[in-house]
Design a protein around this ligand. Structure first.
Ligand code: HEM
Length: 444
């Protein structure tokens, strides 16, 4: 049996509904047609998969039958984010160790230093509304870039960040377009895209040159780019050439910059509008860290902080949807998946699926009991699951937790007058308006 098909208009299918209100449309699709349903965006047929067992089949059980369907190749080339098969396995073997626990521990001081510098800008703020989303996104980008490329002058990454932000918007626009204009046509947005890409390439190639000179002169840096440059595949003894290094560095930037950068403002918002949860978290921070600068072990060993972060990842997963293409025929929940079918997975929808989550739209960190974690382990996948799971997960969690601790050590967060948030479903899940919160100093 084929998956149920949602009715749509000739030629455009459901594109108009999807463009008008992505999540409203997808939720409605699931409610009316069930957990596995086909819809059409112009010429592309997609199958929405929301049941945790079915997601598990695609991402884990039969993962070798599914490849990435969204096309970021124009930006990340053949980097780990887009590569497949043996090539991907080799890249993963080379890159995963650079994120191991020992390396993360070495990054904590740099993260803390960057956080301290960013928060310094708010030092004098007390009882005042402050815009936080842009500053947190900038901080998250600086932290990823410093980890990737080592310490740089304060505003060295500004042009890089602006270029990445544009590229993210441009790619989202292409996904929702009926017939995207070929990238080589000189439309204003294509021209801007190619300019942004040149900015990124220039910077990354310069950095690769610098890092290889440092390594050649016997003073290799501690940054991830240098580690990737020096890494050798244990199976073959091979390393990466310069063009592969460029693709990996850009993959990391694309994957790592607006993900944590969007998550942090969502958490700050939830804490501001849930003062009781905020105070409980502050009590945990007081007990575990006090006013000291937190270390990795402390940040990673705070159960209520874990629950707050997981609950925010449940409600506002930064990578809220992605697509996978079937190579061969498969069967999911009794339905036939033909070769070439594009499956649409969305942690956002599964994380709020009323069959698996009580009061699915409510922010409630207390729900994260060990029993729930066990029962819902397939229904919660903000970092994906299976072999392609996020390689930067522990880095991201450490960064987010360090930032939250430092902010809450200094300020009590409250909503500013007229506070309202609205989700912005780009490639990552941001906010339509800047987040403005009222900060009240906790310490002098
Ligand atoms: C809260 C922050 C983050 C979230 C929610 C997140 C989520 C994800 C998701 C959902 C995937 C795709 C899984 C799939 O295709 O099945 C992914 C892949 C990836 N992420 Fe993250 N990510 C985050 C932060 C980061 C950071 C900080 C980095 C790097 C510094 C990073 C690097 C990567 C890479 C390289 C991949 C591709 C892995 C592969 O295909 O083998 N991510 N991430």
């Amino acid at each position: 049996m084929n998956p149920v098909s949602a009715p749509g208009l000739p030629w455009i299918g459901n594109l108009h509904q999807y463009r008008f209100d992505k999540i409203g449309f997808l939720k409605n699709l699931r409610e009316r047609h069930g957990d596995l349903v086909q819809f059409r965006l112009g010429p592309h047929a997609l199958i929405l998969v929301t049941h945790p067992e079915d997601v598990h089949r695609v991402e884990m059980k039969n993962a070798r039958n599914y490849v990435k369907a969204s096309n970021f190749r124009a930006v990340v080339g053949d980097g780990i984010f887009m590569s497949e098969g043996e090539k991907w396995k080799k890249q993963r073997r080379l890159i995963a160790p650079t994120f191991h626990h020992g390396n993360l521990l070495k990054m904590v001081d740099d993260m803390n230093r960057k956080i301290g510098m960013a928060l310094e800008a708010f030092r004098a703020v007390d009882h005042l509304p402050v815009e936080l989303s842009e500053s947190m996104k900038r901080l998250a980008f600086d932290i990823v870039c410093e980890a990737l490329f080592g310490s740089r002058p304060a505003d060295d990454f500004t042009a890089l960040r602006q270029a990445m932000v544009y590229i993210n918007r441009y790619l989202t626009g292409r996904f929702g377009a009926l017939l995207p204009v070929p990238m080589s046509f000189p439309t204003p947005s294509n021209i801007r895209f190619h300019r942004a890409l040149s900015t990124i390439d220039r910077t990354v190639w310069d950095l690769i040159g610098q890092k290889s000179s440092e390594s050649a002169s016997g003073t290799p840096g501690e940054d991830l780019l240098t580690k990737m440059m020096l890494a050798r595949d244990p199976a073959t003894g091979e390393g990466m050439d310069s063009s592969q290094l460029r693709d990996e560095a850009v993959s990391m930037m694309l994957a790592g910059f607006e993900t944590t950068g969007h998550l942090i403002p969502w958490i700050l918002h939830e804490l501001a509008v849930h003062p009781a949860h905020q105070e409980r978290l502050v009590t945990e921070i007081d007990r575990r860290v006090g006013q000291r600068i937190p270390g990795a072990e402390e940040a990673m060993d705070m159960p209520f902080l874990d629950a707050v972060v997981d609950e925010a990842l449940r409600l506002h997963p930064p990578v809220w949807a992605w697509t996978k293409r079937a190579i061969e025929e498969d069967e999911i929940n009794g339905r036939r998946i033909r070769p070439g079918s594009i499956l649409y997975l969305s942690p956002y929808l599964t994380h709020r699926h009323p069959r698996f989550w009580e009061r699915p739209d409510e922010f409630d960190p207390d729900r994260w009991t060990p029993e729930l974690r066990e029962k819902n382990k397939l229904a919660f996948f903000p970092f994906g699951m299976g072999p392609r799971t996020c390689v930067g997960r522990h880095f991201a969690l450490l960064e987010v937790k360090l930032i939250l601790i430092r902010v809450l050590q200094a300020w009590k967060l409250g909503p500013a007058p007229g506070h309202r948030t609205e989700s912005d479903y780009q490639i990552t899940l941001g906010m339509k308006r800047p987040l403005v919160l009222r900060l009240v100093r906790r310490v002098g």
